[in-house]
Design a protein around this ligand. Structure first.
Ligand SMILES: C[S@@+](CC[C@H](N)C(=O)[O-])C[C@H]1O[C@@H](n2cnc3c(N)ncnc32)[C@H](O)[C@@H]1O
Length: 333
């Protein structure tokens, strides 16, 4: 029988256990022995190499030219989940030497109606006869001022996941990078040139009830005001032409989210266009980001979190746009 204290047994065990640990526990493990210190630094390097944990088609690395923080810790989901107490307490391995990506940790939630989609013949979705979309007209609309909207095929359709009218449903496929900045914390940057209208990413996180969103918002405001948290709770309101709100969707990517949780605010609207995407057969719309204009490699990706309401306790905004009032928009829950 092999001696479990031999260095090779330690590193095999470390490979099984360390990727499950959050940063404080990983740091504690590192101080236990020289072998564990070496194993934790390997896990840390792998975490920094891909914020998406292998759950996206392309890795999204962290890049920190500012300080020694190697990565930001959160649970990764490529698509939004219905909040349940279990979903926020789940652990998720990150930093293993898997040859294959692990696949999403949670099953994709069924958010829809039994059937309400198109029955197009293969590869004809999105065309003139498709019940789900008129992509050209919608693209023009999606890139206009304010929140755009798009329709795509979905679970209620006969077509499969490779259908051409599901371009926001394949996760991140463009090269991105999460870069640490002096004043704004981490931010999402383009690591390749993007063209106007190109799909960048979805804003994935936990769908919350308004009651839960309000509870968390109060807690996050408190923690953010003393610099202990960078919250990523987004409230989307869709308005009727009368101006009255008709739909409110709360997505919290603070603890469980995807790369979009790193997108910072810009008072001038930024270079990303938020678009509400409705998929046939799905009750809840998804918030996706398209490039609002051509974007060069290295540019930070930003959008407007909303109108900045000047209030004494508002956090300072460092977007540096000419119209910036110096205060971040605050969510009115
Ligand atoms: C969705 S997170 C964005 C990622 C965040 N920078 C991080 O390090 O995780 C939103 C938080 O980022 C910071 N932030 C975003 N835009 C900012 C801006 N223009 N100026 C200052 N801080 C900003 C604020 O702390 C805000 O609560």
């Amino acid at each position: 029988m092999r001696n479990p204290t031999a260095p090779c047994a330690v590193s095999e065990l470390a490979e099984l256990v360390l990727p499950w640990l959050p940063p404080p526990d990983l740091a504690a493990a590192a101080s236990a022995s020289r072998a564990l210190r070496a194993a934790t630094s390997v896990v840390t390097a792998r975490r920094a190499a891909d914020s998406s944990r292998g759950l996206e088609a392309v890795p999204v690395p962290f890049d920190n030219p500012i300080d020694s923080k190697p990565y930001a810790y959160f649970l990764y989901t490529p698509f939004s989940l219905i909040h349940s107490p279990a979903s926020s307490t789940n652990l998720q391995p990150w930093g293993c030497a898997w040859a294959q990506p692990p696949g999403p940790t949670w099953p994709r939630p069924h958010l829809g109606l039994p059937s309400a989609g198109c029955g197009c013949a293969a590869e004809e979705c999105g065309g003139a006869g498709c019940a789900c979309a008129d992509m050209e007209a919608e693209m023009a609309d999606a890139l206009g001022a304010g929140m755009g909207s798009l329709r795509e095929c979905g679970d209620g359709c006969a077509c499969g996941p490779l259908c051409g009218n599901r371009r926001t449903q394949r996760g991140v496929t463009v090269r991105l990078r999460v870069v640490r900045q002096l004043k704004k914390g981490w931010g999402l940057h383009a690591a390749e040139a993007l063209h106007r209208g190109q799909f960048v990413c979805e804003y994935a996180g936990e769908f919350l009830t308004t009651e839960e969103a309000q509870r968390r918002q109060r807690l996050y405001d408190e923690l953010a005001s003393v610099g202990k948290l960078s919250p990523a709770l987004l409230v989307i309101r869709e308005h009727l032409p009368s101006g009255r709100a008709c739909l409110r969707v709360n997505i919290d990517a603070t603890k469980v989210g995807n790369v979009a949780r790193f997108i910072n605010h810009s008072c001038d609207g930024g270079n990303l266009q938020p678009v509400l995407v409705r998929s046939s057969g799905s009750l809840l719309p998804r918030l996706c980001f398209l490039a609002a204009r051509d974007i060069v490699e290295g540019e930070e990706l930003t959008f407007s979190y909303g109108d900045a309401r000047l209030r004494p306790k508002g956090l300072p905004c460092f977007c540096e746009s000419l119209c910036c009032p110096g205060v971040l928009p605050a969510e009115e829950t």
